[in-house]
Design a protein around this ligand. Structure first.
Ligand SMILES: Nc1ncnc2c1ncn2[C@@H]1O[C@H](COP(=O)(O)OP(=O)(O)O)[C@@H](O)[C@H]1O
Ligand SMILES: O=P(O)(O)O[C@H]1O[C@H](CO)[C@@H](O[C@H]2O[C@H](CO)[C@@H](O)[C@H](O)[C@H]2O)[C@H](O)[C@H]1O
Length: 478
């Protein structure tokens, strides 16, 4: 039912850059080929699993796609159509992103439940997991770099869009933490892999490539980003009593939706997860020379990102100073597995406390960079950046607030971020983590490193958000 490969490739090359999860929006696609195509369901509709090899400049990335094909495309699927009607008169089919079609995604649940295989695809379930197959899927609308499908209130299936060689970190870490008894991660129920050496360049490394992860869906949970934004909105709307001094009353605790107690609990939960990671994977100490090399890498990344995103250049001097400061004071540093991309969208508040999600590391980095051991304060710095993002998101994202209230809200944003950053650090130290206040040089360097990454990430993935890290850098480096 699929069209000739040439037509399909042309349509995909036009469609891909418009997808939220496509990580190469800062440059053209030079070549797109189909690495593997596996039919998962025959007939009308049909379901095909594709790995796309996408070359941009001298790098080739691999993206996975569930491609649906139907003779008649129902209205509910028109928004995810790829290209126009295709094929010859006898086999005309409409193609679309099948992640949005519950009639087709149920094939994944069936295959996971049965431990099936199809071509180079292997479906696995975790020991003892009994997977229901009667649930219809709905794609999540969260701001995310992958695509997650909710199966009823029970399961969440994350389809990794850009594929990395080897076992996916999210799978590896979640399995290790759950096996170690850490209750702060959702249970892993199953996963899908691409076998190596079956024609897919994504699998050429000799190890299976993780394509998807099925976990327990914590349906009563609310992510930290939504909670924080609600709190900021409330704080912005909080009115100063008549006759009160607007500037003197910047006590964010006065607003109804104060987040500080949650931020403090989140800090403590983070320290607990770091301990569990250390128990599961161990801790090692790197010598001062490696810390200096790390500071040099941070600076090199800054230089590269300034070239790609000139808006970063005005902050370069202050950022370099922080990296030099780190190098000058370098001493031996304990390092371990960490979360790697820790922010408010990665934590979920459930009735039993904070749960930590997505140990995949930063999607804009290479697999070996993501796997590298780091000091746990790198995650703390990531979360501190997230408080900055949350505080400034409503102001910076165009049209969210009237421009005349800008300066007043800037002051409020600053107060909100400061209050919640302090609470998070307090909770982290009280929970047994290294005290951020005693490591200000390290934290500042990590924060700036993250901000540089964010500038690059936003330019490549969400150009409309680029102003958020740039504006917050203007504040942090002022
Ligand atoms: N097990 C889960 N239970 C409930 N919600 C989840 C779960 N896993 C992820 N989510 C929701 O999905 C969002 C995106 O998940 P995440 O794993 O961070 O995807 P991505 O790597 O694509 O950003 C999270 O912010 C959270 O709201
Ligand atoms: O969640 P992912 O693993 O896909 O992480 C990537 O995307 C994040 C955005 O979805 C991005 O996070 C940045 O934006 C967040 C708000 O949307 C903010 O809370 C974070 O602090 C900020 O870094 C993350 O950097 C990127 O790797």
């Amino acid at each position: 039912m699929l069209p000739p490969e040439r037509d399909l490739v042309r349509d995909l090359a036009e469609w891909l850059p418009r997808q939220r999860w496509f990580g190469g929006k800062d440059g053209p696609i030079h070549d797109l080929t189909i690495g593997t195509a596996t039919e998962l369901l025959h007939g009308d509709p049909s379901l095909h699993h594709l790995v796309l090899d996408v070359r941009q400049d001298d790098t080739t990335d691999h993206y996975q796609l569930l491609l649906g094909a139907r003779r008649d495309l129902p209205d509910r699927l028109r928004h995810v159509e790829i290209g126009g009607p295709c094929g010859d008169r006898s086999a005309k089919a409409r193609l679309y992103d099948a992640a949005h079609d519950p009639d087709l995604t149920r094939v994944l649940l069936d295959a996971l439940a049965n431990g099936a295989s199809a071509g180079p695809l292997r479906f696995h379930h975790a020991d003892g997991a009994r997977i229901r197959t009667d649930l219809a899927s709905l794609p999540m609308t969260a701001e995310q770099s992958n695509t997650s499908l909710l199966f009823g209130d029970e399961y969440i299936c994350k389809l990794f869009r850009r594929l990395s060689p080897g076992v996916n970190l999210d799978l590896e870490v979640n399995l290790a933490l759950s096996r170690g008894g850490c209750a702060r991660v959702p249970a892993v129920l199953g996963w899908i892999e691409l076998e190596p050496g079956r024609g897919a360049r994504a699998g050429e490394g000799g190890e299976p490539v993780t394509l998807a992860l099925l976990s327990d869906y914590l349906h009563t949970g609310v992510d930290g980003w939504s909670l924080a934004i609600a709190s900021v909105r409330d704080w912005f709307a909080h009115t100063t009593p008549p006759g009160g001094d607007e500037w003197a009353e910047l006590d964010a605790s006065a607003a109804g939706g104060d987040f500080a107690a949650e931020a403090e609990r989140l800090g403590a939960a983070t320290a607990e997860v770091h301990r569990a990671l250390a128990d599961a994977f161990g801790v090692t100490v790197v010598p001062a020379g490696e810390v200096r090399a790390m500071a040099a890498r941070m600076n090199a990344e800054l230089t590269g990102t300034c070239r790609a995103v000139p808006g970063l250049a005005p902050h370069a001097k202050a950022l370099t100073e922080a990296f030099l400061d780190l190098a000058a004071r370098a001493g031996p540093l304990p390092v371990q597995r960490v979360h790697g991309d820790y922010h408010l969208g990665q934590v979920l508040r459930t009735e039993s406390g904070w749960t930590v999600l997505d140990f995949e590391g930063e999607p804009a980095r290479t697999q070996s960079e993501r796997r590298a051991l780091a000091h746990p304060l790198r995650d703390v710095a990531g979360m501190l950046r997230s408080f900055e993002y949350a505080a400034r998101f409503l102001i910076t994202r165009a049209g969210a607030v009237p421009s005349e209230s800008g300066p007043r809200l800037e002051t409020r944003a600053h107060a909100w971020a400061a209050r919640n950053r302090a609470a998070f650090c307090r909770g982290y130290a009280a929970g047994g983590g290294p005290d951020p206040a005693a490591h200000s040089v390290l934290i500042r360097a990590f924060e700036f490193e993250k901000a540089v990454y964010e500038v690059r990430y936003e330019a490549q993935n969400r150009p409309a958000w680029l102003a958020v890290p740039l504006k917050s850098l203007a504040h942090l480096t002022a």
